[in-house]
Unconditional design. Sequence first.
Length: 144
Amino acid sequence: MKDKLGETMLLKQVVAAVIVRNGRVLICQRTERQAFALQWEFPGGKVEDGEDLAQALVRELSEELGINALVEQQITTVQHPYPEGGGLELHFFLVKEFAGEIENRIFREVRWEKREALDAESFLEADREVVRRIAESQDWLIDD
C-alpha cells in the first residue's frame, strides 16, 4: 500500500479467526468503550514482535475467549487504509477445532451466527468483504 506521495506505508499486522462449528460462525461485538463501538468483528488482534501469524492468533484467542485454537489454513488477507493515514494488513484464518469453552473476556457480546444471517454492514469495515463471501457463498470453506 502506498501513501499520497507514492511511498510504501508500513501496515499494522493483524490476525482474525473465522471460527466455525456446526455450520455457524463465531462473531464478537465490540463494547461501547472501544473504538468502532458496537460493531461486530471476528476475534483476533495485533501481531506482536517475534510472533508469526498463527502464534499471534493462538495468543489472541486465548486472551479474548479463553480457548486454545488449532489454526488451520489462511483464508485471505485484506489491506485496509485508515482515512487519517496508515492502515492494517488483516490476515484471516479458519479455525474449526479448539480446546476449552468459549468465555467472553472482552466483548459486549459473543455469539454463534448462521452463515447466511451475517450482516456485513454491522461489521468493522475491514471485515466486510470476508463477511459477504461467507454469507453468500454456496461452497464456502465452513460448510460441514
